[in-house]
Design a protein around this ligand. Structure first.
Ligand code: HEM
Ligand SMILES: *[C@@H]1O[C@H](CO)[C@@H](O)[C@H](O)[C@H]1NC(C)=O
Ligand SMILES: *[C@@H]1O[C@H](CO)[C@@H](O)[C@H](O)[C@H]1NC(C)=O
Ligand SMILES: *[C@@H]1O[C@H](CO)[C@@H](O)[C@H](O)[C@H]1NC(C)=O
Ligand SMILES: *[C@@H]1O[C@H](CO)[C@@H](O)[C@H](O)[C@H]1NC(C)=O
Ligand SMILES: *[C@@H]1O[C@H](CO)[C@@H](O)[C@H](O)[C@H]1NC(C)=O
Ligand SMILES: *[C@@H]1O[C@H](CO)[C@@H](O)[C@H](O)[C@H]1NC(C)=O
Ligand SMILES: *[C@@H]1O[C@H](CO)[C@@H](O)[C@H](O)[C@H]1NC(C)=O
Ligand SMILES: *[C@@H]1O[C@H](CO)[C@@H](O)[C@H](O)[C@H]1NC(C)=O
Ligand SMILES: *[C@@H]1O[C@H](CO)[C@@H](O)[C@H](O)[C@H]1NC(C)=O
Ligand SMILES: CC(=O)N[C@H]1CO[C@H](CO)[C@@H](O)[C@@H]1O
Length: 326
């Protein structure tokens, strides 16, 4: 073999080794030697936070979703923009909650292990702990993500699924993130926690097709109660539970609501009108399916947590999550 091609092969081997290092996968317990006990530290801090405000749990679960769907799970949702054009400034983000919670935990983590643990991993742990402390399943999160430092409003507007989307539309938004229809119907189950502001669904009550009509798919009494609560299309101050059965408990209440025509968002109700996702909603309407939902949810959360993950030497570990960029 000629020396030049040997050199080439060695270079090739070195390059692919380097590439596989840079691509290093997420793993369980990534910080076990670099910051031992960090997951307990985060969980204990959240336990105290939730004792003071139990409603912030749903905010943290949604926060991780909005982070992952835009530029991957890289905490770019937390970046501040001098000129107001960051992800966080996009319309769907205006109701995101939990910035201060993540920042406070990050400060505690920095005190224990400076510049080791990413904001993106803390967000993933916080979403997991929010579910756990809502009587949902406990699971191990994958860690080893690093933070991004680019944040663009347009990407949040183009990559987050629309609240008035049908299953065809929603499936496309999930597919570009490597998530399946199963992930869609399972992760929508996160709406077993938390609330929505009236403008996210009020068109269903007051102006469904633009002629002052109501969405005929909505259960009649439910529509009346939404009308009474919101009192009009543009009430930005009032919130309504996404799962009216058990708003703060992670359970099957969401699927029971959707099954009964009491899904709050159009994207929730849409799930029962597609044969595949509708079948899942039907199964989850049965109380004996709780364990199946928990197991499915863990799998789909791990899938979502892998979107666009930066690992190895890609990205950075920041001291503060919400630094200014641009
Ligand atoms: C299928 C596509 C989805 C759409 C269209 C959607 C849309 C929405 C909307 C419009 C709200 C209410 C915002 C407001 O007006 O305050 C909301 C809340 C929420 N979403 Fe989703 N969502 C989707 C998927 C997800 C996923 C995958 C998760 C997490 C795994 C999630 C977790 C939450 C939570 C926990 C809340 C309540 C937040 C709070 O209480 O502050 N959503 N979602
Ligand atoms: C965690 O520790 C075990 C040994 O205790 C080790 O085998 C494993 O590689 C470590 N994992 C990481 C991600 O460092
Ligand atoms: C959370 O805090 C309460 C006290 O407020 C304590 O009883 C409970 O054991 C804690 N749970 C966990 C998982 O740390
Ligand atoms: C879903 O919505 C899209 C966009 O509005 C529309 O083109 C499509 O026909 C709808 N699909 C179904 C099955 O309703
Ligand atoms: C209802 O929707 C139509 C079409 O989008 C719009 O022209 C009309 O102004 C809306 N009505 C109200 C009360 O906003
Ligand atoms: C909403 O409530 C108002 C006042 O009670 C009533 O006049 C209106 O018809 C209701 N609209 C719908 C869509 O139920
Ligand atoms: C619920 O599921 C259980 C176990 O699969 C089944 O035995 C039962 O008949 C189901 N109940 C309903 C109402 O479908
Ligand atoms: C989807 O998976 C492919 C193949 O593993 C990967 O190259 C791509 O980066 C993933 N996309 C996202 C958004 O994670
Ligand atoms: C963003 O991070 C990259 C490394 O991932 C670095 O080269 C670049 O200078 C950073 N940009 C800013 C504005 O911090
Ligand atoms: C705002 O910041 C973004 C990101 O750096 C940049 O692309 C855009 O041109 C800036 N807009 C203005 C008006 O300065
Ligand atoms: C432009 C705008 O309203 N941005 C908001 C995005 O969300 C954060 C957190 O709720 C708000 O502080 C910003 O004002």
């Amino acid at each position: 073999m000629a020396p030049s091609s040997t050199r080439f092969l060695i270079l090739l081997a070195a390059a692919s080794l380097l590439a596989s290092f840079a691509r290093a996968d997420l793993q369980y317990d990534f910080y076990n030697t670099s910051c031992p006990g960090v997951e307990t530290l985060v969980r204990d801090a959240l336990n105290a936070t939730f004792a003071a405000d139990s409603t912030i749990r749903s905010g943290l679960l949604r926060f991780h979703f909005h982070d992952c769907f835009v530029r991957g799970c890289d905490a770019s949702i937390m970046l501040q923009s001098h000129n107001g054009t960051a992800e966080k400034d996009a319309n769907p983000n205006l109701t995101l909650r939990g910035y201060e919670v993540i920042e406070a935990i990050k400060a505690k983590v920095e005190a224990a292990c400076p510049l080791v643990v990413s904001c993106a991993d803390i967000m993933a742990m916080a979403a997991r702990d929010a579910v756990y402390f809502s009587e949902g399943p406990d699971y191990q999160v994958e860690t080893g993500r690093r933070d991004g430092n680019v944040s663009m409003m347009e990407e949040a507007l183009s990559d987050l699924p629309p609240a008035d989307g049908n299953v065809t539309v929603l499936t496309k938004f999930f597919a570009v993130k490597n998530l399946t229809m199963k992930d869609l119907v399972v992760l929508s189950g996160a709406h077993t926690l938390g609330v929505s502001h009236c403008p996210s669904f009020s068109h269903r009550v007051y102006n469904y097709t633009g002629v002052g009509d109501e969405d005929p798919s909505m259960e009649a009494e439910y529509g009346q109660s939404l009308n009474a609560t919101c009192g009009g299309l543009d009430n930005v101050a009032t919130v309504v539970p996404l799962d009216a059965v058990t708003t703060e408990k992670f359970d099957l209440g969401y699927y029971q609501s959707v099954y009964a025509g009491k899904g709050l968002l159009q994207s929730d109700d849409a799930l029962r009108h597609d044969s595949l996702t509708g079948a899942y909603v039907g199964v989850m309407n049965n109380a004996s399916s709780l364990d199946t939902f928990f197991a499915d949810f863990i799998v789909s959360m791990i899938n979502m947590g892998r979107i666009g993950a930066r690992t190895g030497t890609d990205g950075e570990i920041r001291e503060t999550c919400g630094i200014y960029v641009d």
